[in-house]
Structure formats: structure tokens, C-alpha cells
Write a protein of this length. Structure first.
Lengths: 116, 115
């Protein structure tokens, strides 16, 4: 099955600086890579996702890049703000089935702290 | 995205008892997924709840411990049976509201503490 590794486990950056979180995956058949943000005591919320036919995707201050050859993808947050402080999880989809039941395998999470 | 309601939001239970968690979605969905998030950990898939058939369990999870019902396309339950303190976790219901590889959305979770 799929194995997703995520680094770093904790990250502190000054407000206004950029933050980068990296993930690697093992299954070359994986084709969907979402990122989730989980604030303390709340549910994970999708912030951005990318599919394997795209190398980069941006949404305002957030961007994700994908390198299929190296099997890694990264989350980039620019101009960080205090409200970006949370735990971020990357994930990769399992082999696609005909039934839509492909599962997500999650990374171990990165606790991001923005220092005012 | 769909509105996913989970009940209860939290519970404290005694060892050896069982708890049933309910998940209600405001639209019909083919697949519903149950995840576990142990304290400070990542999310692990327990099983996929299929409407009209048995749930599909992931390695390390068995039906006797985590029986699942899926009576229709908007509702599912997960039971945590014969609980022990190791079952203390957040249990999350999740759904895809679109087709294959559409985004996965989570309910607010059930925070379970077993004493």
C-alpha cells in the first residue's frame, strides 16, 4: 500500500516569511494529492489539492508543487499570518478503482507556528 | 461541500462498554469513510462504508471491534465495541461529494475518552 512521509514535524516561522512542508509518497500509481489544515480541536479542512497531470497549483498565498518522477510534493505558504498556525497534513490517493472508493493515506502532520 | 453532522461530539465511556457514533450527510453520497485520529497523530482509515453491502475494513481493523452500518446514502454509524483506553481517539466521518478523486470532506469528529 501507499506510504506517505512528511517533513518537518514542527516548523516555526516569523510572520510574513514563507513556510514549506514536504511530502514523499511510495506508490507511483497515486494521482491525487490534497493538503489539509487542522486547527486545534477542529476537523481537518481541505486547503488545496493537486492531480498528477499538473505540476503546480496556486491559490492566493498557498501553492502546491508536484514532482512525479521523484514522487514528492510540497506545500508553500507565503506571507504567513498568525491564523496560518495549525497542523497541516498531506495525503496521497491509493490506486484508483472503478467504484470511487480509493482511499487517502495521510502524512504524519506538520505543526506550523507563526511567530508574530 | 456537503454538511456532515456527527453525534455525539464527545463522550467519556467506561472500559468494556460500546459507543455508537452517527454520521448524517445532507446529500446522497456513494462512499462514506471512517477515520481514527489518535491524540497528536495522523488520520488512519478504519473502513469504507458501502450502502447495501458490508463495509470494507483496513488492515488492523475488524468488524467485531468496529461494526459499521450504512442503511442509506446519507447515513452511517460506527460502533466502537468493548472499549479499552487504547480506543481513546477522535473518530471522523468523511465523504466525497463528487465523483472519483473528488475532495474528501470531514465531519467535526467524535472525541472519545475511555476510562
Amino acid at each position: 500500500g501507499e506510504n506517505v512521509e512528511q517533513h518537518p514535524s514542527t516548523l516555526s516561522v516569523q510572520e510574513g516569511d514563507s513556510a514549506v512542508i514536504k511530502c514523499t509518497y511510495s506508490d507511483s500509481a497515486s494521482n491525487y494529492f490534497p493538503w489539509y489544515k487542522q486547527e486545534l480541536g477542529k476537523r481537518p479542512q481541505l486547503i488545496i489539492d493537486i492531480r498528477s497531470n499538473v505540476g503546480e497549483k496556486k491559490d492566493q498565498r498557498i501553492a502546491v508543487t508536484l514532482n512525479k518522477t521523484a514522487k514528492h510534493f510540497s506545500l508553500h505558504i507565503t506571507e504567513t499570518q498568525p491564523e496560518d498556525s495549525a497542523v497541516y497534513f498531506c495525503a496521497a490517493s491509493d490506486r484508483v478503482s472503478n467504484f470511487g472508493n480509493e482511499k487517502l493515506t495521510f502524512g504524519t502532520g506538520t505543526r506550523l507556528t507563526i511567530i508574530p | 461541500s456537503a454538511v456532515i453532522s456527527q453525534k455525539p461530539s464527545r463522550d467519556i465511556c467506561q472500559r468494556g462498554t460500546s459507543l455508537t457514533i452517527q454520521c448524517q450527510v445532507d446529500s446522497q453520497v456513494t462512499m462514506m469513510f471512517w477515520y481514527r485520529q489518535q491524540p497528536g497523530q495522523s488520520l488512519t482509515l478504519i473502513a469504507t462504508a458501502n450502502q447495501g453491502s458490508e463495509a470494507t475494513y483496513e488492515s488492523g481493523f475488524v468488524i467485531d471491534k468496529f461494526p459499521i452500518s450504512r442503511p442509506n446514502l446519507t447515513f452511517s454509524t460506527l460502533t466502537v465495541s468493548n472499549m479499552s483506553p487504547e480506543d481513546s481517539s477522535i473518530y471522523l466521518c468523511s465523504v466525497r461529494t463528487g465523483g472519483r478523486s473528488s475532495p474528501l470532506h470531514f465531519g467535526n469528529g467524535t472525541r472519545l475518552t475511555v476510562t
